[in-house]
Design a protein. Structure first.
Length: 243
């Protein structure tokens, strides 16, 4: 079996012996019940990873790092998923699977038809929760860079921010399909997907996106659920671009 992987928010260097952060040590020693001498892998989100040997002193955990391994598992381009906030805990699923599929960023959108509305301490707690999910998913799937999870914005505020390449909105009545759109934008390495919440985007939001230069595309003859659409598009773009 492969060695357990852990994100370690600390400077890492080949040959160093480091003290594991309390939360990481607790998870490794108390939850996973790893023992001294077992092999683990550490990464700090800056690229690459370090094989290491676990050491235990009382309740404290340490890692003796081996040589740096530059291995990466990122896509050949940047894909951002701008996801209209869905109801319940569906966003947890979206964040986890977006990491597994290679997204560089997830930007939650507080859409006009979003059932879930967050603010204040509740908002901060939920964003921190999504970031922990992204970290755990990176540990599990082999990525050595953490996917960014933003705090929710309204679509208007999000559209006002600088665009990272091509911006695409999935719409069943769009004239252009996904493959055709990608052929016409073959030089773009940054692509953002806008996916509405359960009730879809409002007419006002669709008009704002159009004025901001967002391209509408259709994706097959079926209507996909909000938690499915973005992930399906992400996978399709990765395949069509050979990423």
């Amino acid at each position: 079996m492969p060695a357990p992987r852990f994100y370690c928010d600390a400077p890492l260097a080949a040959g160093a012996r480091i003290a594991l952060p309390d939360a990481l040590a607790h998870h490794a020693l108390r939850v996973l019940r790893l023992r001294a001498g077992e092999a683990v892998t550490l990464f700090n989100g800056q690229g690459g990873e370090y094989p290491a040997v676990l050491e235990v002193e009382g309740k404290a955990g340490f890692a003796q790092l081996g040589d740096f391994n530059p291995r990466e598992a990122e896509l050949g381009g940047r894909i951002t998923l701008a996801q209209g906030l869905p109801s319940g805990d569906k966003m947890d699923w979206v964040v986890e699977k977006a990491v597994e599929l290679g997204a560089a960023r997830v930007s939650p959108i507080a859409a006009q038809r979003s059932v879930l509305q967050l603010s204040g301490a509740r908002l901060e707690k939920r964003v921190a929760h999504w970031q922990r999910i992204a970290q755990s998913a990176a540990e599990q799937c082999g990525r050595n860079r953490l996917m960014t999870v933003d705090a929710p914005l309204t679509l208007e505020d999000w559209l006002a921010e600088p665009a990272d390449g091509l911006r695409v909105l999935c719409h069943p009545e769009a004239e252009q399909d996904l493959a055709g759109m990608l052929q016409g934008a073959s030089d773009q390495t940054g692509i953002t997907l806008l996916v509405g919440p359960e009730g879809g985007w409002s007419d006002k939001e669709l008009e704002a996106a159009r004025k901001a230069g967002v391209q509408a595309v259709r994706f097959g003859p079926r209507v996909l659920r909000t938690e499915t659409a973005g992930l399906a598009l992400l996978s399709a773009i990765s395949a069509l671009r050979g990423w």
